[in-house]
Design a protein around this ligand. Structure first.
Ligand code: FPP
Length: 617
């Protein structure tokens, strides 16, 4: 969906409290009608919970309009259509008289949610109206995915906006759609009494036939051996899907979302147990998981989630941040108030490929309001290169898996890029994956690539005036990583602010060997006279010959070596070593490094320091 919106979101106190009341209404609604989902939402970071309630309340409102027993199917379809049209108009105006739509509108604006996807899933709910059930599992699955996949993806989008690099396109992850199948089937068993009240049977005809159960038999609520067999089979099927998908997803999701996933599988599993134990009651009234079982699952999950969010999200993830416009990456309007971000993909780009803000946003200020030092342009290093070291040790020291260190490292990198933009740095190069890093476990490597992809696709880095350049070799890299690097290089090629070089699958000696080989080939072809090979000619044969010389090379985490990083370009770099591990670094450390650089005497072999005119040259 293409939508271009600019709107000031300064709010009066009255508007603010009406909005709070709207979110509160959503919270009450979800809590009373969907206690399991509500409990799972409470495992999310506090700042994103209100938007979770709004999303779920909206889905439930649409569902209720369809499932209600009032009026003819045509009338119900019309009511849903009206509700959806009202939502669209609310989304354009930015507010609503209806509390659920009001909260949803705010959530969409505030978190940059994908409107097109959300409306498409509401349309899928609407398509159920007047439909006579489904014939096959395949058809059932299409219905499940069309209605449900978008919602958890919006939650991931909010986590990304909160500073946690996670994959947003959950549907691309192995096991995710099976997980949705498991949830949907559990939900369907739980909603059985309501669906039967509405005269609807949504299990595929193929499974009813297999158990010799007719829709009429189910609607009559007779607890025959065949119906019992069917319910037991469906509960077993849902459990198997949930468990299998948990195994597949566990490896791809970071710790925070993985806790929510684990708890969802266990809570829904407990519901399935309760459904099987309930016997014929499952046809007559909603089945509830006993409180003590819920507590056994949720108690430890809450404690773990609170610790994990604290460690893995950048500070500032508090409920106050839900105030519109307070999130990172918003654009200041003329009166200084931040404008809401346009919903993601407002430019019509294809999700999962490129998402580039045009025009780019100005740098996001530091959360503590610190301002950059004033350094005259002529004194700035032109090119700063960083070995972002210490992610693994940082995570291990906190008892977290190593990939959590890379995730936190990506958050630190975001801030450092903001700081580079604020001081007007021309080139920043970071060592994100060296050719030596292949020696790490395949699990760590694949998680690190997933973090980079998510960061480049959905993080804030490229929301700003940043031109991405990839330095390294495609040999052995996963295709999807190469694709993202190339796509984002292409998409940002006209940017003129900071050139941000990411070294992925880069090795310094390999780069020199490639230049040597290219020169040798040119000599054999008679294009180069070996006697005339100069430094300039050699540099021109480097695979990344556009990269300027490094002025300042900074390495974190206490190691005092350069580790095969840019040996050609950093031949005369000032070296700067600091002790903190990379995840604990922010833009202030970059500024300190740059200020320290300005005090160095760069004689470059001469007796005196070159003048600013020499430097600018
Ligand atoms: C070194 O720490 C760090 C890395 C190998 C990866 C750094 C990558 C990121 C911060 C993500 C980058 C994202 C983009 C978009 C470029 P280490 O694991 O070697 O730490 P250790 O020495 O403590 O083991």
């Amino acid at each position: 969906m293409r939508r271009s919106i600019t709107r000031s979101v300064t709010r009066s106190g009255r508007e603010r409290s009406a909005l709070d009341a709207a979110y509160e209404e959503c919270r009450r609604l979800v809590r009373s009608t969907r206690p399991t989902e509500y409990a799972l939402m409470q495992l999310m970071p506090p700042a994103v919970r209100p938007a979770c309630w709004a999303l779920y309340a909206a889905l439930a409102a649409a569902d209720d309009l369809v499932d209600s027993t009032e009026g003819t199917p045509q009338e119900r379809a019309r009511r849903l259509e009206q509700w959806r049209a009202a939502l669209e108009s609310d989304l354009s105006s930015g507010t609503s008289d209806d509390p659920v739509r009001r909260a949803l509108t705010d959530a969409v604006w505030h978190w940059g949610l994908d409107l097109g996807d959300l409306l498409a899933s509401l349309d899928a709910v609407g398509r159920d109206e007047g439909r006579e059930g489904v014939a096959t599992w395949q058809e059932w699955r299409e219905r499940a995915h069309a209605q449900n996949v978008s919602w958890p993806e919006q939650l991931m989008r909010m986590l990304v906006r909160s500073g946690l690099p996670v994959p947003v396109r959950l549907r691309d992850l192995p096991g995710f759609t099976r997980f949705v199948d498991g949830l949907f089937l559990t939900d369907m068993l739980r909603d059985l009494p309501e669906d039967l009240d509405a005269g609807q049977v949504w299990f595929p005809a193929e499974v009813l036939d297999r158990f010799h159960v007719t829709p009429a038999e189910l609607l009559s609520r007779e607890w025959t051996p065949a119906v019992r067999g069917l319910v037991a089979h469906l509960a077993g099927q849902a459990r198997e899907w949930l468990e299998n998908s948990r195994r597949a997803l566990r490896n791809t999701l970071p710790l925070g979302p993985a806790i929510v996933l684990d708890s969802a599988v266990e809570l829904f599993g407990a519901e399935l147990d309760a459904i099987v134990r309930a016997g014929s009651a499952v046809l007559h009234r909603p089945v509830r998981v006993p409180r003590h079982v819920e507590w056994r699952i949720l108690g430890p999950a809450r404690a773990r989630a609170a610790v994990v969010w604290r460690l893995t999200l950048p500070p500032g993830d508090s409920p106050e941040r839900t105030a519109a416009g307070a999130r990172a990456g918003t654009t200041p309007s003329a009166d200084g108030a931040p404008d809401a971000p346009a919903p993601a993909l407002a430019d019509g780009t294809v999700p999962g490929t490129t998402r580039i803000a045009e025009p780019p946003l100005p740098p996001r200020p530091h959360r503590d309001g610190v301002r950059p030092p004033a350094i005259p342009e002529a004194h700035l290093p032109r090119h700063v290169a960083i070995v972002m070291d210490g992610n693994g040790r940082w995570a291990t020291g906190l008892g977290l898996p190593r990939d959590e260190g890379h995730r936190a490292g990506a958050v630190a990198l975001r801030d450092v890029v903001q700081g580079a933009l604020e001081i007007g740095l021309a080139h920043l190069t970071v060592y994100a994956f060296s050719t030596e890093n292949w020696k790490r476990s395949p699990d760590e490597v694949s998680k690190l690539f997933a973090i980079m992809r998510a960061e480049l696709l959905d993080g804030e880095l490229l929301d700003h005036d940043v031109r991405l350049r990839w330095v390294g070799s495609p040999d052995g890299l996963p295709e999807d990583v190469v694709e993202v690097l190339r796509a984002q290089e292409h998409a940002t090629r006209h940017r003129t602010g900071l050139t941000f070089n990411v070294c992925v699958n880069y090795g310094g000696r390999a780069e020199l060997a490639r230049a040597g080989a290219a020169l040798a080939r040119a000599a054999v072809a008679g294009e180069v006279d070996p006697a005339r090979v100069s430094e300039q000619l050699f540099a021109a044969h480097l695979p990344h010959h556009a990269l300027p010389d490094v002025d300042l090379l900074w390495r974190t985490s206490g190691e005092i070596r350069t580790s095969n990083f840019l040996p050609w370009h950093a031949h005369y770099a000032e070296l700067h070593f600091t002790d903190d591990p990379w995840p604990e670094v922010d833009r202030r450390d970059l500024w300190e490094a740059v200020v320290a650089y300005t005090h160095r005497k760069r004689r470059k072999g001469a007796a005196s320091v070159p003048t600013s005119a020499d430097r600018a040259e």
